[in-house]
Design a protein around this ligand. Structure first.
Ligand SMILES: Nc1ncnc2c1ncn2[C@@H]1O[C@H](COP(=O)(O)OP(=O)(O)OP(=O)(O)O)[C@@H](O)[C@H]1O
Ligand SMILES: CC(C)(CO)[C@@H](O)C(=O)[O-]
Ligand code: BAL
Length: 274
């Protein structure tokens, strides 16, 4: 596996790779990330990953300084997964002084995560656009765990006519339903036991919705279920799967999305409805 840390090294190596399937990450890799690499391979593309803890997508009170980092472990996992190249830029390489461009995607970024984390999607869109410009991938693979992120990136790619196919990959879960996430390492043992209740509550709600139960009542019941488990919901919503607009009646394409705090840890999950 080729390891590159500067744009100059990247340009040289990129020329040797052919059609690339790109997996952008913030590191602390788990089986969810490796599934994205496997999906790139399966699509017949050369898998390339990036590891960059992007400061511009963290709010001032968020966990940038303590975000989990394990560069050596990550490199070993990517190599074992058959990744051809890993791009490890520094903050200075990614945001050189004088850098003055930010991408703001309106539409799907306006609700939910966008409201809870002001500026977050500007940071995501800007760094993803930069990464696409640097790597020039044919396709890029994103996890459905971050459903809204996929829709924001899709919107950006369409609006800017970027020649990249965005491929969503199903959420990888623990046996008890908890979506794998780098931030799960923040959970205490007791919190880890409770955390799967987010997925459980969403799964129950999907069943109720498909059985014809009223969405408003169903969403209320999810909030109750989370509160009973000791979680504080940031939002629980039934949305149009692409625009992320809330919907009051069940109609395709619908997605049930939620974020909840468990102690100091913020959990995210979502499921298709129908
Ligand atoms: N459980 C999962 N299944 C599939 N893809 C995932 C999973 N978790 C993360 N990903 C995807 O991996 C890519 C990189 O995500 P990132 O490095 O932020 O990991 P993360 O586990 O989502 O971290 P965080 O805890 O910060 O949310 C994103 O496209 C994300 O959606
Ligand atoms: C897409 C991404 C790598 C951009 O920093 C990040 O938001 C993530 O890991 O999901
Ligand atoms: N996987 C989402 C990246 C973030 O929370 O900043």
């Amino acid at each position: 596996m080729i390891i590159v840390r500067t744009l100059q090294e990247l340009a040289g190596a990129r020329a040797t790779l052919g059609d690339v399937g790109f997996v952008p990450t913030m590191g602390a890799l788990h089986a969810g990330h490796l599934t994205l690499v496997a999906a790139a391979k399966q699509a017949g593309l050369t898998p390339v990953a990036s590891i960059f803890v992007n400061p511009t997508q963290f709010g001032p009170k968020e966990d940038l300084s303590r975000y989990p980092r394990d560069e050596a472990g990550d490199i070993a996992k990517l190599e074992a997964a058959g990744c051809a190249l890993v791009w490890l830029p520094s903050v200075e390489e990614m945001y050189p002084s004088g850098c003055a461009t930010t991408i703001h995607v309106s539409g799907p970024s306006q609700h939910w995560e966008g409201m809870q984390r002001p500026g977050h999607f500007n940071g995501v869109a800007t760094v993803v656009a930069k990464l696409f410009g640097q790597i020039r991938p044919q396709a890029a693979f994103f996890g459905e765990k971050d459903w809204q992120q996929i829709q924001v990136v899709r919107r950006m790619v369409e609006d800017l006519h970027l020649p990249v196919k965005i491929v969503p990959v199903a959420t990888v879960r623990e046996a008890d339903g908890l979506a794998l996430s780098s931030r799960n390492t923040y959970l205490s043992l007791a919190e880890r036991m409770t955390a799967p209740k987010l997925h459980a509550a969403l799964s129950h709600a999907v069943q109720y919705l498909l059985a014809g139960k009223e969405p408003a009542t169903t969403l209320h019941n999810v909030r109750l279920e989370l509160a009973t488990a000791g979680m504080v919901p940031d939002y629980v919503a039934l949305v149009h799967a692409e625009t992320l607009e809330p919907i009051a009646t069940l109609q395709p394409p619908a997605r049930l999305i939620a974020a909840a705090k468990l102690g100091h840890v913020r959990l995210l999950d979502n499921l298709p409805v129908g």
